[in-house]
Design a protein around this ligand. Structure first.
Ligand code: NDP
Length: 283
């Protein structure tokens, strides 16, 4: 049984991104720059943005954090986004979600210039992904694919079952894996809260990707022997620990490979954000 080591894979990618950023600086005198917009005082968001800024620094990417008060309204955010869109020194723009109640998330994310949309949430970028000609790939789904590919797991022809259909994880990862070509060519099934006999379908998966947001939701009876399991979930248990959406201890004995939480998909999300920022700067 193989443990899919996301920490190691993310470090590999971050080194590659740092080398790319250095080459861009040497050849074109361009230093990639990511602007992160943080509204309000959500403690988790503060930590996420801080971690992203630190990772940028280590990769030779400038990070600009724009902190706004909890009381910020949509129109103020839209003005800021327009300024960042027009700023030639800013290559990537990230709006840390969730936004406070008074802000319209959809309107704000849609206002980001698609060429600077390093989260790949803009409908233009989502459309390009679904047509198999992506500009940017969304960070967590791209991280999942990188973890599979760099761990030597064959995807072509495999039956991938994606548990969860959110716009940030489930839906895009399934769309990416069903495309024609390299690192894809899978047969993809989506399952969600309205799926009947969920376990019957998850048991068919050669590769089971779980993004459900419920601690230890996937139990051993839901997984085929020898399957590959990717656990995207990040849940905090009563004792303050982080755990995934998969009951790791029960499932690990029957699978051929599994990603742990923490140390699986999580570290790759930031690595792919850095990758997209350098890509945006190159473009
Ligand atoms: P969402 O809450 O947006 O989506 C959850 C999905 O799970 C929905 O499609 C929902 O179905 C489905 N679902 C919920 N309950 C059930 C059920 N009982 N049976 C079947 N399906 C169910 O979550 P996200 O996609 O945003 O995130 C999923 C998890 O991944 C979370 O734990 C999150 O913290 C984590 N995450 C981790 C990241 C990382 O960097 N590693 C990045 C992003 C997220 P329906 O659509 O019908 O409601």
């Amino acid at each position: 049984m193989q443990i899919l080591n996301g920490t190691k894979t993310a470090a590999e990618i971050r080194n590659e991104v740092a080398a790319d950023a250095a080459a861009l600086k040497a050849e074109k005198n361009i230093t990639p720059c990511l602007a992160a917009v943080l509204v309000g005082n959500d403690p988790a968001s503060q930590i996420y943005v801080g971690n992203k800024a630190k990772a940028c620094q280590q990769a030779g990417i400038i990070s600009r954090i724009i902190r706004l008060q909890e009381t910020t309204v949509t129109s103020e955010l839209l003005t800021l986004i327009r300024q960042l869109n027009a700023d030639n020194d800013v290559h990537g723009i990230l709006v840390q979600l969730p936004l406070p109640k008074g802000c319209d998330e959809q309107q704000v994310c849609d206002a980001v210039d698609p060429k600077k949309d390093v989260d790949a949430f803009h409908p233009e970028n989502a459309g390009l992904i679904s047509q198999g000609r992506p500009r940017f790939l969304p960070c967590t789904p791209h991280g999942i694919v990188q973890l599979l590919v760099r761990s030597g797991i064959e995807i072509a022809g495999k039956h991938v079952v994606v548990l969860g259909r959110s716009n940030i994880v489930g839906k895009p990862v399934g769309l990416m894996l069903v495309q024609k070509g390299k690192s894809a060519d899978a047969t993809v099934t989506f399952v969600h809260s309205r799926t009947k006999n969920l376990a019957e379908t998850t048991r068919l998966a050669d590769i089971l990707i779980v993004a459900v947001g419920k601690a230890k939701f996937v139990t051993a009876d839901m997984v085929k022997s020898g399957a590959v399991v990717i656990d995207v979930g990040i849940n905090r248990t009563a004792d303050g620990k982080i755990c995934g959406d998969v009951d790791f201890d029960a499932v690990k004995s029957i699978v051929s490979a599994i990603s742990p939480v923490p140390g699986g998909v999580g570290p790759l999300t930031i690595a792919m954000l850095l990758y997209n920022t350098v890509k945006a700067a190159k473009n």
